[in-house]
Design a protein around this ligand. Structure first.
Ligand SMILES: Cc1cc2nc3c(=O)[nH]c(=O)nc-3n(C[C@H](O)[C@H](O)[C@H](O)COP(=O)(O)O)c2cc1C
Length: 369
C-alpha cells in the first residue's frame, strides 16, 4: 500500500494536536478538549474510517501557563503513535520527535517498530526544538538557532543510515559518534517513512527543502499573494535540489449552519474566553526562541494563536469552508491538518457535511472504505 500522504487527492486532510489538553485552542470555553485516552481512540477511529490521510500529535513536554495551562497534559508521541497504529487501518500515523531529546539510534528503532505495527503507515515529524522551558527539563541547553538545524540534519542522516545500511557501520559526526551501528528490521516503507518538518525560519525552510517530504508551513496570512509566494518559494527551494516537497498547513475550523453563528462562536471562544496569559507566554517564548515571525506579525497573530495555535482560519458554513479550501489549494497547499474546539462532535460534522462537498468540488475522491 502506498502511504496515504502520496495518494492523488488534491487536498489531503489530517487531524492534529489531539494528544494534548486543549488541542490547539487556547480558551476556557465549555467543551474544550480535556484529552483522555478514550477520546483519542474514538477520534482516531472516526478519522481513519473516513479515509483522512493523517493523524498528527504535537510534541510537547510542558504547558504554557495561564488559566488554561494550555497543553499541560500530553501523551508522548512515539508511544501514542504505536498504539494508534494498532487500532487504525488507513491513515498515516505521525510521531513528532525533538531531535535533541531522543537519540537517533533509539528513535530509528522506535520509528521502525511503529512502521511495522502500522503495516507501513508511519511518518516522522522532525522538530528541532524552540521551547526552552521543556529543554530545561532534560538539562539540555537550547542550541543557537541555526545550529539546531545542523544537529537535526546529522540526526536525520544517522537515522536514515540505520534504516538502510545492510552492514554495521561506525559514525563519526560533529554531534554523534558510535561504533558498530546496526538496526534490524528495516522499515516496511521503501525507501523510508515520509518526513515532515515545521521549520518556519529561513534556516528551517532550507532544512525542510533538503530533508523533508513535506513542510508544515506557518502562512503569514498577510495577503493571498504573499502566502502564494511563500509556498512557491518553499517548493522552489526543494525543486532546486531535485526534490519534491508538499506544503501542509494547520487550519482551525468553526463550521456552523450560518456564517453568523460560526463568527459568533469564534468570537466567544477567542475573545470572550481566550486565555491571554497563556498566549502572551507562548508569543514571548516563540518570539525570542525561534526566528520565525517579526514582532508586528506576532502581535497580529495573537488572535490566530488563541483560535488555533497560529493556524489558518476556516470559519463559516460548510459551503464557505469548501470555498476556502479551494482558495488554499490554488495557493499551492497540499494538505490541511485540522483542529477544533470540540474534536469529537466537530470532526463528525466535518465528515458528514464538509467531506461530501469537497468530493463534489473535485478536491477529493470518495473513500472506498
Ligand atoms: C504547524 C506547526 C506545528 C508545530 N509543531 C511543533 C511541535 O509539535 N513541537 C515543537 O516543539 N515544535 C513544533 N513546531 C515548531 C517548529 O518545529 C519550529 O521550531 C518553529 O516553527 C520555529 O521555526 P524555526 O525553528 O525555523 O525557527 C511547529 C510549528 C508549526 C508551524
Amino acid at each position: 500500500m502506498t502511504n496515504a500522504l502520496f495518494n492523488d487527492n488534491r487536498v489531503k486532510l489530517g487531524v492534529m494536536a489531539f494528544n494534548c489538553s486543549h488541542g490547539s485552542t487556547v480558551t476556557t470555553a465549555d467543551g474544550v478538549w480535556t484529552m483522555t485516552w478514550e477520546e483519542n481512540l474514538d477520534l482516531a477511529r472516526m478519522v481513519d474510517a473516513a479515509g483522512l490521510e493523517a493523524l498528527l500529535p504535537v510534541g510537547r513536554w510542558k504547558g504554557y501557563g495561564g488559566e488554561t495551562n494550555f497543553n499541560n497534559r500530553t501523551f508522548e508521541t512515539l508511544t501514542w503513535a504505536a498504539a494508534m497504529a494498532a487500532i487504525t487501518h488507513y491513515s498515516t500515523i505521525f510521531a513528532t520527535v525533538h531531535a535533541p531529546l531522543i537519540h537517533p539510534v533509539a528513535a530509528a528503532k522506535m520509528a521502525v517498530t511503529i512502521d511495522h505495527v502500522s503495516a507501513g503507515r508511519f511518518a516522522l515529524n522532525l522538530v528541532a526544538g524552540w521551547f526552552k522551558n521543556e529543554f530545561d527539563m532534560f538539562g539540555h541547553a537550547l542550541a543557537p538557532h541555526d545550529q539546531r538545524y545542523e544537529y537535526a540534519a546529522e540526526w536525520l542522516s544517522l537515522v536514515k543510515k540505520l534504516w538502510s545500511a545492510d552492514a554495521e557501520f561506525d559514525f563519526d559526526g560533529a554531534f554523534f559518534k558510535g561504533k558498530g551501528l546496526w538496526s534490524e528490521p528495516k522499515p516496511l516503507q521503501s525507501p523510508r517513512p515520509p518526513i515532515m518538518n515545521a521549520g518556519s525560519s529561513a534556516t528551517g525552510h532550507a532544512f525542510s527543502a533538503r530533508h523533508a517530504d513535506m513542510n508544515f508551513a506557518m502562512l503569514r496570512q498577510q495577503t493571498a499573494d504573499s502566502d502564494r509566494a511563500q509556498i512557491a518559494r518553499l517548493k522552489g527551494m526543494a525543486a532546486d535540489l531535485g526534490r519534491t516537497s508538499q506544503c501542509w498547513i494547520h487550519v482551525y475550523v468553526v463550521c456552523r449552519e450560518t456564517e453568523k453563528e460560526a463568527r459568533d462562536y469564534l468570537h466567544h471562544y477567542v475573545v470572550e474566553k481566550g486565555d491571554d496569559q497563556a498566549v502572551a507566554n507562548m508569543i514571548d517564548i516563540f518570539g525570542t526562541q525561534s526566528a520565525t515571525l517579526s514582532d508586528d506579525v506576532l502581535e497580529a497573530f495573537k488572535f490566530h494563536f488563541k483560535a488555533g495555535f497560529g493556524g489558518y482560519p476556516l470559519v463559516g458554513t460548510a459551503e464557505q469552508i469548501v470555498a476556502g479550501i479551494e482558495r488554499l489549494s490554488d495557493l499551492g497547499v497540499d494538505g490541511l491538518l485540522i483542529s477544533w474546539v470540540d474534536y469529537l462532535n466537530e470532526c463528525r460534522q466535518w465528515i458528514d457535511q464538509v467531506l461530501p462537498l469537497m468530493e463534489q468540488a473535485g478536491l477529493r475522491k470518495a473513500f472506498p472504505g
